[in-house]
Design a protein around this ligand. Structure first.
Ligand SMILES: Nc1nc2c(c(=O)[nH]1)N[C@H]1C(S)=C(S)[C@@H](COP(=O)(O)O)O[C@H]1N2
Ligand SMILES: [Mo]
Length: 404
């Protein structure tokens, strides 16, 4: 099973690190044993995310943490202390969230380019959107081709409620989009070190200009001021699109003729075939596809007690409502309609589902398959691509378990 191998691979890497440390000093056998047992724990949370719940997260690195499969909770909205974090660059200083209302955002590529403070935005409009935030590479850890990058399983995703002002309102307030602009290009507020070409590192993403209709500039998440870890004081969110398109600590939203010249737009997040480098000739990673996964069982090789079992999970339509989800406990040979649980918060949120089933002792291969209002059904096979983006294969997300 790939996920198990993965975690073993990681544990061995960590143990290796600790052993080499131990071999430098003059450690007693007991402290050596301690160092080795500590090394089995995940690396600790970075300062900017120290308020997160480490038990709910797989901490891949200081800038990449994912929710454990069994830690999404059954309340639809992902609790903030369990929500994944992904930074391409180190985040800015915590100071930028101390006086959120003074943060400035520049609107360009409109008839009257203007700079607003967050304080001003709060007087101009208010909207809330329940939506899935999901990293483009969620599920990368299941690609047999072993693409480079964080080996995410299912947890680089969460369903949250963002509150802020619709970008549409700001377009109206600034006289409308300037003629000929085809993209909305948004820039992150990270400081770019001197002496390097900003295009090589800056987080700046373009999406089709008409998508601005559904975008929000958000200052709250799940009812609290947006923390730095999730892009406070102000973040662009693009419902239905993968995480990278939702720019944190956003300092500019520009309507542009062309896509950003940044490497993260031109060459990264492109659906390049296996063995090819990303480049503008390949599709940009934008919309999320229909997808689901089970959250109970929650681990490969888990053992469940026989009798009545509630197979649970999460299902999303991507860019339209999720209309149905089926569960298989025999590796995809037969499928059973699952029941949705809890509220329907619209096409950009996920829905919880449950399939109650009596299971006799034995081996089971458990997975789920969602369908959306556009008639798209989650495929058996992933769409192969060089960097392991957009994995929605039901087969890859399957868990082999034992019922005893
Ligand atoms: N400014 C900025 N915005 C960013 C990023 C970043 O590194 N810098 N990472 C992107 C990526 S790849 C993802 S998946 C999401 C992660 O959002 P989260 O950390 O709030 O979960 O933020 C996106 N927005
Ligand atoms: Mo991402």
């Amino acid at each position: 099973m790939k996920p198990t191998n993965l975690s073993r691979r990681h544990a061995m890497l960590r143990a290796g690190g600790a052993l080499s440390l131990a071999s430098i000093g003059t450690l007693t056998p007991i402290s050596k044993a301690l160092a080795a047992s500590e090394s089995k724990d995940a690396p600790s949370l970075p300062d900017y995310a120290s308020w997160k719940n480490p038990d709910a997260l797989i901490i891949h690195s200081a800038n990449t943490m994912e929710t454990k499969r069994g830690a999404f909770g059954d309340g639809l909205i992902t609790p903030l202390d369990r929500l994944f974090v992904r930074n391409n660059l180190n985040p800015p200083s915590e100071e930028i969230t101390e006086d959120p209302d003074s943060w400035e955002i520049r609107i360009e590529g409109v008839k009257n380019p203007t700079t607003f403070t967050v304080g001003e935005l709060k007087r101009m409009g208010l909207e809330s959107v329940p939506m899935i935030l999901q990293c483009s590479g969620n599920g990368r850890g299941y690609f047999p081709s072993e693409p480079s990058g964080t080996q995410w399983t299912v947890g680089a995703a969460g369903c949250v409620i963002f509150t802020g002002i619709p970008v549409k309102k700001l377009i109206e307030a600034t006289g409308g989009i300037a003629d000929g602009m085809k993209y909305m290009t948004s820039t992150g507020g990270e400081e770019i070190p001197e002496g390097i070409d900003p295009d090589t590192v800056k987080v700046e993403r373009s999406v089709p200009a008409e998508i601005s209709d559904r975008a929000l500039l958000a200052w709250e998440i799940n009812g609290v001021p947006l923390p730095l870890a999730h892009g406070g004081p102000l973040r662009l969110v693009v419902p239905g699109f993968t995480g990278v398109n939702s720019i944190k600590y956003v300092k500019q939203v520009a309507f542009t003729e062309d896509q950003s010249s940044a490497n993260i737009q031109q060459n990264s997040y492109r659906m390049a075939p296996l063995g090819e480098k990303g480049s503008p000739e390949y599709d940009s990673v934008w919309e999320m596809p229909v997808k689901s996964w089970v959250t109970q069982p929650s681990e490969p090789d888990q053992t469940l007690k026989s009798g009545l079992v509630q197979i649970k999970g999460l299902a999303m339509g991507g860019n339209s409502d999720v209309t149905g989800v089926e569960v298989s406990v025999d590796g995809g040979d037969t499928w059973h309609e699952a029941k949705f649980v809890g509220p329907d918060l619209g096409p950009y949120a996920w829905r919880q589902f449950v399939y109650p089933v009596e299971l006799e002792p034995g081996k089971y291969e458990v997975t789920s398959r969602a369908t959306n209002a556009d008639g798209q059904t989650q495929p058996k096979e992933r769409m192969e691509n060089n960097r392991g983006y957009l994995n929605n294969s039901w087969h890859d997300h399957m868990l082999s378990i034992t019922v005893a």
